[in-house]
Design a binder for this molecule. Structure first.
Ligand code: AMP
Length: 258
C-alpha cells in the first residue's frame, strides 16, 4: 500500500490540486496537510495576513481525491514550542536567493517538513517546481535524515495569462493583478534570448523592464539545477528564477530555460 503526501499551507488553488491528482494517480492513499508553519515566516505581517479558508479548502481537496486530510495545530507540530528548535546544515543552499531575502525561512521549512514526514511516513512526497529552491532544500533534508521517501517535483500551474498560481494572488489589487503576468512574460523573454544576448545584459534588460512597470525586484538570476549562478550560456539544465514585489505582495516564479 503506497502513501503519497502533499504538504500545503492552505488557500488551496488549482496548483495544489494538480499535486493531489498526481499523488492520487500513482499512490494508493493520498494524504494532504494544511499547516501554516509559523517558523518559516521571517515577516510576522506575512504570517498574520496569510489567507485561511478551511471550509473551502476541505471541499476542494476532498473533490480532488484526497483520502486523508491532516490539519494539525501549531502545538501539535511543535509540542515544545517554536523557540530554540534544531537547525539543519543546508549550507549555501539556504543563503542564496530566497534564503538571502528571507532569513531563517529554510530552517523553518526543514523544521516543519522533518516533523510532517516523521508523522506521515510517505512513500512519495509531491512538491511544486514553483518553489524551486524549496525542492532542493527538502531533497537535502531527505539525504541528511536518510529518509527513503521519493520526492516528486510537479510542474508550475499558471493562470491563463501566465501568472503562476499562488495563495498570495488573492491579496493582489485589481491593478496589481493586471500587471502580475509580466513576471512570467519576463521569464519567457529571458528564455527566448538566452542563447543570443550576453547574460548580464539580458538580465539587466529584464530587471529594468520589471522596474519600469512598478515591480521591485529582489532577484532575477539564471542558475544551474543546484542554484550555482550562470554567467555564460551553456547547454546544461538551466533555470531563471525571480522574486518581485508588487504593491507590498511578494511573488516568486521560475522557468526552465533548457
Ligand atoms: P504552499 O501552500 O504555497 O506551501 O504550496 C504547497 C505546495 O504546492 C508546494 O509544494 C508548492 O510548490 C506547490 N505549489 C504552489 N503553487 C503551485 C503552482 N502554481 N503549481 C504547482 N504547484 C504549486
Amino acid at each position: 500500500m503506497s502513501v503519497g503526501f502533499v504538504p500545503t499551507m492552505g488557500a488551496i488553488h488549482a496548483g495544489h490540486l494538480s499535486l493531489i491528482s498526481e499523488a492520487a494517480k500513482t499512490c494508493d492513499i493520498t494524504i494532504c496537510s494544511i499547516f501554516v508553519n509559523p517558523t518559516q515566516f521571517n515577516d510576522p505581517d506575512d504570517y498574520e495576513k496569510y489567507p485561511v479558508c478551511f471550509d473551502e479548502d476541505i471541499r476542494k481537496l476532498t473533490e480532488a481525491g484526497t483520502n486523508i486530510l491532516f490539519l494539525p495545530s501549531v502545538s501539535e507540530i511543535y509540542e515544545k514550542g517554536t523557540r530554540n528548535l534544531e537547525t539543519y546544515p543546508f549550507g549555501k543552499l539556504e543563503q542564496l536567493l530566497e534564503g538571502a531575502f528571507r532569513t531563517g525561512h529554510f530552517q523553518g521549512v526543514g523544521q516543519v517538513m522533518s516533523r510532517l514526514l516523521k508523522i506521515i511516513l510517505p512513500d512519495k512526497l509531491f512538491m511544486g517546481q514553483k518553489d524551486f529552491q524549496q525542492t532542493l532544500i527538502v531533497n537535502r533534508l531527505l539525504e541528511l535524515h536518510d529518509i527513503k521517501t521519493a520526492l516528486v517535483i510537479c510542474p508550475i500551474l499558471r493562470e491563463k495569462d501566465g501568472l503562476a498560481m499562488s495563495s498570495r494572488n488573492v491579496r493582489l489589487s485589481a491593478e496589481a493583478r493586471k500587471k502580475a503576468p509580466l513576471i512570467y512574460h519576463t521569464l519567457q523573454f529571458v528564455k527566448a534570448n538566452f542563447s543570443d544576448i550576453p547574460l548580464d545584459r539580458l538580465l539587466e534588460e529584464a530587471i529594468h523592464h520589471l522596474e519600469d512597470n512598478g515591480f521591485k525586484v529582489d532577484y532575477l538570476v539564471i542558475a544551474d539545477e543546484n542554484l550555482n549562478l550562470i554567467e555564460h550560456h551553456n547547454n546544461k539544465k538551466t533555470v531563471c528564477l525571480t522574486a518581485v514585489w508588487i504593491e507590498g505582495i511578494r511573488l516568486i516564479d521560475n522557468l526552465i530555460l533548457n
